[in-house]
Design a protein around this ligand. Sequence first.
Ligand SMILES: *[C@@H]1O[C@H](CO)[C@@H](O)[C@H](O)[C@H]1NC(C)=O
Length: 316
Amino acid sequence: MPKTDNETRSIATTFIIVGFETLREVELFLFSLFSSMYVFTITAHSMVVTLVSVNRHLHKPMYILLANFSMLQALYTTVTVPKMLNALLTQYKEISSSSCFAQFYFLFSFGASENCFLAVMAYDRYVAICRPLHYPTLMTGETSLKLALGAWVGGLLAALPSAVWISTLRFCFPNFIDHFFCDYAPLVKVSCEDTSEGEFAFMIMSWSVIFGCFFLIMISYTFIVIAVLKIQSTEGQKKAFITCASHLVVVSIFYGTIIFMYIRPTTHIRFTIDKVVSVIYCVVTPLINPIIYCLRNQEMKVAVLKTLQMLRKYQT
Ligand SMILES: *[C@@H]1O[C@H](CO)[C@@H](O)[C@H](O)[C@H]1NC(C)=O
């Protein structure tokens, strides 16, 4: 699409969310599938947050950070999925530019915060496994509060410049967002200005957040692996590794999808594959993360059982 002759093209103040562009039957099927997945996701994350807050033996940095991460994921899906469900059901796909920019901002700030939290959680595992004797003095309640606060604020700040830039762009007709939410690449495509400088700045920003956190996680895990290999007994090795296995699975899925989406040039891409990958990280990943955490972690399992017993006692 040529981005020239600005004068003749009229300015768009709303956008049309294209969505999945399939048969009505498929749309309805996707609606029921995604809405039940969404309900399950929100329930599971609320459960994790509740479990951690009501069980005293889960009042440890690892679980408090996990509860924060869970809340973040619930917020992350809530930014995109309800809007997507609405588009699937009603076929009314117009979105005002301000809610589009807000969606963009919250999506990227929560995404950046998730990156930070995964790095903080990796650091927590590093201290627990590599410096177990210093763990109580290094990871105090105050330290984990500072780390959590840093991760939240860091994410909210990191997305701000790009969101401000996007909101000052001029957008033209046809105002189709070829996606099911206001993602970066489809938004830039609707703009009728030269976006190369802003795209470069966005790239620098997202690369530093993603690779910065990824690098910290890799360093933590390098030390963890070295420490685990030094442990003499296989039983001890297994025990040490199990405490970070769930985190490692979550990290792999998270970076697998995110690196595919945001670490590459934005021009000339097929948005169809993007939609599928977006469904994975907006709908599927937030759904399986709490399952991974609860099933792979003995303490979480115990907490689930205890809480269920408590509820049963209340009922009788
Ligand atoms: C997030 O972390 C902070 C600081 O450690 C903690 O006080 C708060 O309860 C956590 N939030 C949730 C939802 O667990």
